[in-house]
Ligand binder design. Sequence first.
Ligand SMILES: [Zn+2]
Length: 217
Amino acid sequence: MTVLLDLILPPRCPSCGTEGTSLCATCIRPLERRLDEPPGLPIGLPADLPDGLAQLEWCAAFTGPVRAALLALKYDGDRRVAEPLGRAAGRRWSRAGVGGEVVVPVPIHTERLRDRGYDQATLLARVAASELGLPTVPALQRAVATTAQYHLGRAGRAANVGHAFECRREHARAVRGRHVLLLDDIVTTGSTLSACARALYAGGARCVSAVTVARER
Ligand SMILES: [Zn+2]
């Protein structure tokens, strides 16, 4: 049904409603503003760099059109908006990122995948990876069902996701000895990215970095 609607309905900017584009020329600007900023600026997280990451980059604050676009992707079934968002993440990493050999999306819960029919981080990762000329490998999976992050405070989130991920055995070879670039839609505390990094190191990754579309304080 969603696929059919995608074909019938014209794309619409999820922020301002302009028809004919999945994120209009005006609303895409916040995603491009930081493109040429130097890498590794302090990001205001509890620790400047989440544990286990060699580098973390992001495109824009989680406000305004970027927020509207990510919410449309996550909750309104607007898969087309993954294209401009993923491209922005790829471009930010190509300007500011140091290396990376394989792109790995942060996996969502399988129940949520079933509800929604797609995984937004995987959609974003595919676009970003093609921008970077790298392969995408779904090397991680959720180890246990964690309580929705939304309902937890910061400390609760960190404890909750500590061991929430594991490397999928069938993709072990793709990460072993490699510099993995994690991709997620939003970074908040960085605890999810840290937990993913831990699982990737356990799977033999040489180095783990991350790029996200947005940063939420
Ligand atoms: Zn717009």
